[in-house]
Design a protein around this ligand. Structure first.
Ligand code: NAD
Length: 515
């Protein structure tokens, strides 16, 4: 299947891709192996860019920007429309490549590419709406207005777990804004990046706009550090862990550049006693085990009213026992593998920590033994989705984001107490409450800010599965960035206030006379 997918997506002929590669090929060799997390075998090798390649790619991108910014925004929108169509045509093979390379199930891989198609559609509409406002000037015969201009080069750094859509969110808005995007993908998902970028750049080339989507693939200390320190990038949009974001944020701020940071989450769901428990259970299970717990919006903490805590937890445990784990490309499988062995070890050490801190493992809690897997999956990184009961006690490990399917269940007495528990973590990405009470929903979303402290808040809907129309992102250690919908496009443009004197008087503001 891998070979056929690489052929279909044109990767077999891509000069960056090496068909036969040793699984231990390393950065020092200039080639890395993209490993299947499902089998532990290499899918293909990828040649890395070095410092000279980086310099050439960025210099060419800067030249391309000079042409691209002159193209009227609605025409830029037409290029993005064609890219959306090309992605539609490749929805299935590209979605399958995502599934193959990062281990999410086929439906989620295809859904991820659909998200890029959706943002392309959204960006096409925006290309006719990148408007500024006109303000009344206090000076006679003066006109004052603002306009939005391209920022220039945008450096896009992406995490492994959304190897297509995170680029799409940034690149589609960046492109209609008139920017040239240079993408530095995760070394855990380089094939998806090569295939995705090739679709976009071939489409743009064919329409007479070469070089506006660029890819630079390399080690963090070779290309990553260069990119974040490079003053030719007025904007660095970085998605990944809080640890990475803290470093990138400091380096870019050190040169007074702008960042758009989309970092880790530690998302909670509050379940009130009057909630529709069937609806809540479906949302909790999807949120906590979907993508094997490797979404930034995965549900990691459940805060349940003490009167229904046992009943609701039993329901979840029963549902967890029915989940099929296996090859993410097979029908009926709901949970694929973690990305690599280091993630499995991280999962195991978090469970050990939870137990030593007083947590009780109700289901899961271990890797899937090789004896339970078919022969060809024995090198894969499979774990059992896990529920840990914390009850009413503290569980310090639950304050951290472990990128794995572990759900910690807490109980509470009052809604105020639940909200305080909910907001007690460092991250502030996604949050949800299940309740039939209007007052509880409003309490959690109150405009005073005394409810959820997250960037995303849901009522009777789980924490994961955002739509394109809304601005996506989070507060606190999640980094404060907003992408995708609403007015997120403003991050990719610079605002200019223009004042025109169409009279012949020398007029100063604030009534100042200087004669
Ligand atoms: P990671 O932080 O290990 O890597 C993310 C990206 O940053 C990679 O491309 C990596 O190469 C790059 N990077 C790391 N150090 C760098 C440096 N010094 N200079 C330049 N680039 C550098 O994250 P990951 O394991 O790939 O992804 C998982 C994390 O991403 C989780 O914490 C998850 O919550 C987060 N995430 C957040 C969002 C969001 O929108 N908030 C979306 C997806 C993933």
């Amino acid at each position: 299947m891998a070979h056929q997918l690489l052929e279909t997506l044109g990767l077999a002929d891509d000069p960056r891709v090496v068909a036969n590669v040793a699984s231990n090929a390393s950065v020092a060799d200039g080639v890395i192996a993209s490993m299947s997390p499902t089998t532990g075998e290499p899918i293909a090798g990828v040649r890395l860019d070095n410092a000279d390649d980086y310099e050439r790619i960025v210099a060419e991108a800067a030249e391309a920007f000079k042409q691209w910014r002159e193209v009227p925004a609605p025409q830029r929108g037409q290029v993005v429309r064609a890219i959306g169509d090309a992605l539609r045509e490749n929805l299935e093979p590209l979605g399958e490549l995502v599934a193959l390379e990062v281990g999410k199930i086929r439906a989620e891989g295809i859904g991820e590419v659909q998200e890029t198609v959706d943002i392309a559609d959204f960006a096409v509409g925006l290309s006719r709406q990148l408007h500024g406002i006109t303000m009344p000037s206090e000076r006679p015969k003066h006109r004052m207005y603002e306009q939005w201009l391209p920022v220039g080069l945008v450096g896009i750094i992406t995490a492994f777990n959304f190897p297509n859509a995170v680029w799409g969110w940034n690149a589609m808005l960046g492109a209609v804004s008139g920017d040239v995007c240079v993408w530095k993908p995760s070394l855990m998902a380089p094939l998806t990046a090569i295939a995705t970028n090739a679709i976009a750049s071939k489409t743009a080339d064919a329409m007479g706009h070469p070089g506006i989507f660029r890819l630079v693939i390399g080690a963090d200390d070779v290309v990553g550090e260069r990119m974040i320190a490079d003053r030719r990038f007025p904007l660095i949009s970085a998605t990944g862990s809080c640890r990475m974001g803290r470093h990138v944020g400091q380096v870019v701020a050190g040169r007074l550049g702008r960042t758009l940071l989309e970092l880790g989450g530690n998302n909670g769901i509050i379940v009130e006693p009057d909630a529709d428990l069937d609806l809540a259970a479906k949302s909790v299970v999807f949120g906590s085990v979907g993508t094997c717990g490797q979404r930034c919006t995965s549900t990691r903490r459940l805060i349940v009213h003490e009167s229904i805590a046992d009943q609701f937890t039993d329901k979840l445990v029963a549902a967890y026992r029915t989940i099929t784990i296996g090859d993410p490309l097979e029908d009926g499988v709901l949970v694929g593998p973690l990305i690599n062995e280091a993630s499995v070890q991280n999962f195991e050490s978090s469970i050990e920590a939870a137990k030593s801190q007083g947590g009780e493992v109700l289901v899961g809690g271990e890797r899937v033994p090789a004896s339970e897997l078919p022969e060809r999956l024995r090198g894969g990184h499979f774990v059992r989705p896990t529920i840990v009961r914390a009850g009413s006690q503290n569980l310090p490990i639950a304050m951290e984001e472990t990128f794995a399917p572990i759900l910690y269940v807490f109980s509470y007495k009052t809604l105020d107490e639940a909200i305080e528990m909910h907001n007690s973590v460092d991250q502030g990405l996604s949050s949800a409450i299940f309740s039939r009470s209007l007052c509880s929903g409003e309490r959690f979303t109150t405009p005073s800010g005394a409810g959820s402290d997250c960037g995303l808040v849901y009522v009777n809907q789980g924490t994961s599965g955002a739509e394109i129309g809304g601005a996506f992102g989070g507060e606190k250690d999640t980094g404060g960035g907003r992408e995708s919908g609403s007015d997120a496009w403003k991050a990719y443009m610079r605002r200019q206030t223009v004042t025109v004197n169409f009279g012949d008087e020398f007029a100063l503001a604030q009534g100042i006379r200087f004669e």
